[in-house]
Design a protein around this ligand. Structure first.
Ligand SMILES: Nc1ccn([C@@H]2O[C@H](COP(=O)(O)OP(=O)(O)OP(=O)(O)O)[C@@H](O)[C@H]2O)c(=O)n1
Length: 381
């Protein structure tokens, strides 16, 4: 039996990037032999084992054939006579279809090294189209490797277009779409992820309003807002909300977020952006009534950190659409209003409904004072 390092670890080592996970392929072995060596079997669909010490994944060499639609429609064949090349052939991209033997030799039957030099994301074989998730993976690799000059090979883009035309992306499980999208939001160039999906028409199936925005504009605001948010925050919710929150009505943004299975914090942030961006980028810094209403609506009193994130997302959106956000003034007003002390108001004799009204009135006064000071302050500048 022989063991080879495969996939991302070989690719990343050749690119000079840090290797995160190491995956191994074992050729010429049976599950019983692996168990006898102390490996622990995991994964119900195909024979993958965990090394007793390193806990790294060792998969028996296998071939896969499409049976039905979507992610689970595969027939897996694994036997001691499946070769390393057979196993590499079923993989998505040539740069992911290389192996390294124990003596360091690179096994590269599909030109992965050449494509690393040419900086091409190119599919290994027509079997690429058996797994629609690969469209999102290619987009994600493009987002990651764009700074190094990588692009999608034209023939791979054409194949991805065909996959979209045939309706195969419709069978993608929403949870998997979110998983890839969430990872893409943390790559170097998340905007490239969405552009690659637009280029093969997948975006119009997965995020229609974003596809529309990208069609009508060469430098669309959602992608500019996304890239500004990437510079300003590492939070998924902020990046997600900057991208999608400005696209549509709060209700439509909510529907879209649910169909994408975005987690609650991302959904909430995008809906808040959709609901409050116009106010915060517009009259709220001049109008204490309006700012108080926005702060109430966002529950800024109990969730000040989330409100900070909201200001970052809306700030990104604002710059992308050439509208200014006076976040300094808003933050100061919030801070002053949050400092209102209910205990002190109770000591003054306010109780029940009257206490609630007193809190509100005092918050309003403080917000009005801060906004007025900032306005006159600005006039003196
Ligand atoms: N839909 C998929 C998923 C994975 N693979 C293959 O399985 C390997 C391991 O997959 P994974 O760990 O998901 O990705 P990595 O390539 O290691 O990339 P990352 O750095 O994003 O983890 C890939 O290199 C690729 O050869 C594939 O062909 N098709």
């Amino acid at each position: 039996m022989q063991t080879y390092l495969v996939g991302g670890a070989v690719r990343d080592a050749l690119l000079g990037r840090a290797v995160k996970d190491r995956d191994w392929v074992v050729v010429g072995a049976t599950p019983d032999e692996m168990l006898a060596k102390g490996f622990r079997q995991v994964g119900a669909d195909f024979p993958v084992f965990l090394h007793p010490e390193t806990q790294e994944e060792y998969a028996l060499a296998r071939t896969e054939r499409k049976k039905g639609h979507g992610y689970h429609g595969f027939e897996v064949h694994s036997a001691p006579d499946v070769t390393l090349e057979d196993d590499l052939r079923r993989r998505d991209l040539t740069i992911n279809a290389m192996a390294q033997a124990e003596d360091g030799t690179i096994i590269d039957p599909f030109g992965g090294q050449h494509d690393l030099e040419r900086k091409l994301l190119r599919h290994v074989s027509p079997a690429f189209s058996e797994d629609p998730l690969r469209i999102l993976r290619v987009a994600r690799f493009a987002a990651r490797l764009e700074p190094l000059g990588f692009r999608v090979a034209p023939e791979t883009n054409e194949l991805m277009r065909e996959m979209v035309r045939s309706g195969e992306v419709e069978h993608l499980v929403p949870e998997r779409i979110w998983q890839e999208t969430q990872r893409a939001l943390h790559e170097h160039r998340p905007d490239v992820y969405f552009r690659v999906m637009q280029d093969c028409d997948a975006l119009s199936r997965l995020i229609p309003p974003l596809a529309n925005a990208l069609t009508s504009n060469a430098n669309p605001a959602p992608l500019r807002a996304l890239m500004l948010a990437v510079q300003l925050s590492s939070h998924t919710a902020v990046r997600y909300a900057a991208l999608l929150g400005g696209l549509d009505t709060p209700l439509a943004v909510e529907d879209l977020s649910q169909s994408l299975r975005a987690p609650n914090d991302c959904q909430a942030m995008a809906i808040l952006v959709a609901t409050s961006a116009d106010d915060l980028l517009g009259p709220a810094t001049e109008d204490p009534d309006l700012l108080l209403a926005v702060l109430d609506r966002c529950d800024a009193w109990r969730r000040p950190e989330r409100f900070d994130d909201l200001l970052i997302a809306i700030g990104a959106l604002g710059q992308a659409t050439l509208r200014e956000l006076d976040s300094h003034s808003i933050k100061q007003a919030l801070e002053a209003a949050r400092a209102v002390d209910p205990q002190a108001l109770m000591a003054e004799g306010h109780t029940g409904k009257a206490l609630g009204e007193a809190i509100r009135r005092t918050r309003h006064q403080r917000i009005a004072t801060v906004l007025k000071q900032n306005k006159t302050g600005n006039h003196h500048d």
